[in-house]
Design a protein around this ligand. Structure first.
Ligand SMILES: [Zn+2]
Length: 498
């Protein structure tokens, strides 16, 4: 399929170049040429008149968990450690996990495509255990939706109370024993599932679907499994997702359990490298930043999620000054409930005014967009996305400049970041295929999808009730742990608290 997009303003993300008016010739999923008045030798299959439109690379959502897609608005704001107690997906009885995962994933993919998102990295967890059919359900949804996606298996494999400081001592013996007896998926089984994911899905759909690794977080897996994941990441050159120092409690955990910061722990284990995507990196100190910079790892910034869970503000400027690449994500739909990367961009443009006195340190709009595009491509280890240049993948969003977010047009970059122009997205193209136009996603019956999603979650409250009751029973112990950690002076502050 070949396309010729005519007369668009083109924001390339290639050294700041903007074409005031140019054509984009696309064939076989790639951009062949960009320039004014292109006349391809072979007539294109479709000509798209885009005068008055902005053509830009599709957005890259570099951190996401699709299993949260049915949970938008399900919870009040809670700190991560309490939040995770309640974060149990609605597994309707009798629904095959493959179908559930397919519909749930498709729902998020559709929402992203409608907003001009063309790539996502899904750090997907599985409740209670990961399975090949569950993985296939997610991957098939991404394949069928038309979006570009990398998929990881985010499956902890240690006893619950080992992931936290103080908790084992705080819990009554019967609860502790119950946690110790809960099923844990052995590392060998998880590695077999990774073999399945990589063999079946890495490079599928003409390279549009890819695998990624995930340990969830260093404290949530055994060291052997952690090292095995890192080795797989190196062997296949795949991104390795790792949540590190999202909360103050995790800083305290590092001190208590490992006698060092979790960033230094990961460095000392030899797994902090350029393939790692360090998610959140809020409660990091100067030593951590130096280690991150030396490693080449990319940090995933999820500013809406961080505010939703009260985690604090990531030291954006210190990371950037040290040369650490940053990408941007929405995290999950119960911690950034709109799956809206435009809102994440805007929040990234706002929240750092809280922690930096010198206004010259506040991130500027081009810098934030650069993080999403260049940082996103780096995090996903797909260098051919995030730019509109000949040879790059044809992942393109067309935005209507005759729309309220751009009226009047004062500054393109600032209006992209601060005016939340999702409503101006008219067309989304992934790998040279039009997947969203005329207000609808072309690859799926959206109405039927929404109906099935509602049907699958019909028993939601009934299914959710026991989980909520169990979480309420546990919350006092988690709250005590949380407060104990907050009382500790860890030598740095990432919140506006005393
Ligand atoms: Zn996450």
């Amino acid at each position: 399929m070949s396309l010729l997009i005519r007369n668009a303003q083109v924001l390339t993300f290639d050294g700041g170049r903007i074409w005031p008016e140019a054509d984009i010739h696309v064939a076989d999923g790639r951009i062949l040429a960009i320039g004014p008045g292109l006349c391809p030798e072979t007539p294109p299959a479709r000509v798209i008149e885009a005068r008055g439109m902005l053509a830009m690379p599709g957005l890259i959502n570099a951190h996401f968990h699709s299993p949260g897609n049915f949970l938008r608005g399900a919870l009040d704001g809670l700190p991560l450690e309490v939040f995770m107690l309640y974060e149990v997906p609605p597994l309707a009885t009798g629904v095959p996990v493959k179908r559930l995962n397919y519909v749930r994933t498709m729902l998020g993919a559709v929402e992203m495509l409608r907003q001009g998102v063309t790539s996502v990295m899904d750090d997907a967890f599985h409740i209670p255990v990961a399975s090949a059919e569950g993985i296939d359900g997610i991957a098939e949804a991404y394949r069928d939706s038309g979006i570009r996606a990398r998929l990881a298996i985010d499956q902890p494999n240690v006893v619950e109370y080992e992931k936290f400081p103080f908790l084992a001592e705080l819990l009554p013996a019967d609860i502790r024993a119950g946690m110790a007896a809960a099923p844990i998926q052995p590392a060998e089984e998880l590695l077999e599932l990774y073999d399945h994911l990589i063999a079946r899905w890495d490079g599928a759909a003409e390279g549009r679907i890819g695998a990624a690794l995930s340990c969830s977080a260093p404290q949530r897996v055994t060291l052997d499994y952690f090292r095995a994941l890192s080795a797989l990441s190196a062997k296949h050159d795949l991104p390795f997702n790792c949540h590190i120092l999202e909360t103050k409690l995790q800083r305290v955990l590092g001190e208590e359990k490992y006698g060092r910061s979790l960033v230094r722990l990961v460095h000392d284990l030899g797994v902090l490298d350029e393939r790692m995507v360090v998610i959140h990196a809020i409660w990091i100190d100067a030593d951590d930043i130096a280690l991150l910079a030396a490693s080449g790892a990319t940090v995933a910034h999820n500013p809406v999620c961080n505010l939703r869970l009260g985690s604090g503000v990531m030291p954006f400027r210190a990371l950037r000054d040290a040369g650490v690449p940053i990408c941007i994500g929405t995290d999950e739909a119960v911690a950034d409930d709109a799956i809206n990367p435009w809102a994440a961009l805007k929040m990234a443009g706002l929240v750092h005014t809280l922690s930096e006195v010198d206004y010259r340190s506040w991130p500027a709009a081009p810098e934030i967009l650069h993080c999403m595009m260049t940082g996103g491509a780096r995090a996903l280890r797909w260098p051919d996305i995030g730019r509109l240049v000949p040879g790059a993948r044809a992942d393109i969003a067309l935005l209507d400049l005759d729309s309220l977010p751009f009226t009047p047009l004062n500054d393109l970059h600032r209006q992209l970041v601060f005016c939340e122009p999702a409503s101006a997205v008219r067309m989304t193209i992934v790998d040279g295929r039009v997947v969203f136009e005329d207000g609808r996603v072309t690859t799926v019956d959206e109405r039927a999808l929404r109906q099935e999603a509602r049907a699958l979650t019909e028993g939601y409250r009934a299914e959710f009730a026991p989980a909520i009751a169990e979480a309420r029973r546990l919350e006092p112990y988690y709250r005590a742990m949380y407060l104990q950690a907050q009382a500790r002076d860890v030598g740095l502050q990432r919140r506006l608290t005393r």
